[in-house]
Design a binder for this molecule. Structure first.
Ligand code: PA5
Length: 489
């Protein structure tokens, strides 16, 4: 059984639905809830209203992620995507091209994970080792701020200084670095500590010119620290709009700024999301990918104890997609209280995996461990640059036997075998297939996953858009840091 969209994007749920798995009766028992969830998504799309959703400071807050795929004039009032904002992103690409040698993107959580997905998928591991011509004039890209790790931050600084030495020696010019500081709240310790360390070091360095771009909450009345700094220093600004939480921000300027840095096709990315949004408006459960995905996973958890979701894309550069999804699922659905204030301690636990790598580590557990998982595969049907495994050693039968097939065919045989083995032992699994790994299909997939957690929030009656749990440690950490600072005086 599979839901196939016009684009070829496929959700194959054969190994998750049917006898011994989630049943039609299971889904039927949620008919009324699904109808309500569908209605709630309609209202959210139209007005941004989500029942019982409150912001961090306890006031009602709109939810606008479902507006992000649509580029309209009207959106500019809300700092969502508009023709002008997209033009500004293209101008930024033009500015970077041949003007900036290196971008350091600083951010954490929602201000990092989606950006890393875009970079890994469209640039790959060796982007920074390519020549400027091979990068089409675009800058090298490094990420920082996603940890408070002095060793790595020092490595970045030293690496930039070494590059500046090469620029000076060979081209008699300074190295041009652009720091893109991304923080919705504008004061996150991890991001801002790295930003200050790197900014300070580069200011003091010989032969490095630094530009800064701030991506933060655009609110003029209550300016974030980062926004105030940007105003004071004259740094260009991009927006993290109100009503768009970090984990839903890959389609706003948070993610799109990285898309601009690496020269991605932004329009195609948004078009994929838009087409997926249309599909997710369908009232028929079996034709609505987000509603179906949410309903199956919800039922697998509630009726069959499958409370862990292993996100397992096949392909190295898709691992960060799995990491992005971990935040989306964990922060959206891991909630102690439901919308009526009742203690429910809801939440499926996400796990990062990548095929084939984790078939050689985690799969033993998936295959024989507790019956508590759904393994969600992601497959790319057609890979670019597919290499044929050659018959390099015809004298070795075992190696000769695997020759003649392409690496992506072998990858898919491995995935399919894993799926078959899991299914043969009561292990629930499903697969999303992207016809190709391009902007359009990635847009479809990321949007589908975001919309799925929104649906599941409604089914579970929890607020998928807040994250009160992350405030607990922050309340402890703030005073601790102050105490540490005072003890140093
Ligand atoms: O999803 C979230 O809200 C978080 O993961 C944030 O994105 C993360 O804490 C970073 O916050 P900020 O963008 O305010 O620096």
């Amino acid at each position: 059984m599979a839901l196939v969209l016009k684009s070829g994007f496929t959700f194959d749920y054969d190994n998750l639905f049917g006898e011994g798995k989630v049943t039609k009766a299971d889904l039927d028992s949620y008919a009324a809830d699904l109808k309500k969830a569908h209605e709630a998504m309609k209202v959210m799309r139209e007005s941004g209203f989500i029942k019982a959703h409150l912001s961090k400071d306890g006031s009602p807050e709109k939810v606008y992620f479902s507006k992000l795929p649509y580029v309209t004039e009207e959106n500019s009032k809300l700092h969502l995507n508009s023709p002008a904002s997209i033009r500004k992103l293209h101008e930024f690409t033009r500015h970077l091209r041949n003007n900036i040698d290196v971008v350091v993107s600083l951010g954490i959580g929602g201000s990092f994970l989606g950006n890393k997905v875009l970079f890994d998928i469209f640039c790959g591991e060796f982007w920074n080792a390519k020549t400027k011509e091979q990068r089409n004039g675009l800058p090298k890209v490094y990420f920082s701020g996603q940890n408070i790790d002095s060793r790595r931050t020092a490595d970045i600084i030293n690496h930039l200084k070494a590059m500046s030495f090469v620029a000076k020696t060979h081209e008699k010019r300074p190295l041009k670095v652009c720091l893109i500081c991304i923080s919705k709240s504008g004061g996150t310790l991890d991001t801002m500590s790295n930003f200050m360390v790197i900014y300070d070091a580069l200011q003091k360095a010989q032969n490095i010119e630094v530009e800064v771009v701030a991506v933060t909450d655009p609110n003029e009345e209550k300016k974030t620290l980062l926004k105030q700094l940007a105003i004071d220093k004259g740094w260009p600004q991009f927006a993290v709009p109100d009503g768009v939480g970090g984990r839903f921000s890959v389609f706003c300027e948070v993610g799109l700024i990285t898309a601009a840095v690496i020269g991605m096709n932004i329009e195609k990315f948004l078009e994929g999301a838009r087409d997926m949004d249309e599909a997710c408006k369908n009232e028929n459960l079996f034709e609505n990918p987000a509603m179906l995905n949410a309903a199956l996973k919800f039922a697998a958890y509630q009726k069959h104890g499958r409370n862990i979701e292993v996100m397992m894309p096949y392909g190295d550069y898709l691992k960060s997609l799995s990491e992005w999804y971990i935040q989306l699922l964990a922060e959206s659905l891991g909630k102690q209280f439901d919308k009526d204030g009742k203690e429910v301690c809801y939440g499926r636990t996400p796990l990062v995996a990548v095929g084939t790598t984790d078939m050689h580590s985690q799969t033993q557990q998936h295959q024989e461990g507790a019956l508590d998982k759904v393994v969600q595969f992601i497959k790319v049907a057609k890979w670019e640059d597919d290499l044929v495994i050659p018959n390099a050693f015809p004298e070795v039968k075992k190696l000769a036997d695997i020759s003649g097939v392409t690496m992506s065919e072998a990858l898919e045989v491995a995935r399919q075998s894993n799926a078959d083995a899991l299914s043969s032992n009561k292990r629930f699994n499903a697969c999303f297939t992207l016809p190709e790994l391009n902007e359009y299909h990635l847009g479809e997939l990321l949007y589908l996953l975001a919309m799925s957690v929104a649906y599941e929030g409604e089914l579970a009656n929890v607020d998928a858009f807040n994250q009160p749990g992350v405030e607990a440690y922050k309340r402890i950490m703030g005073p601790k840091l102050q105490e540490l600072k005072s003890s140093k005086k």
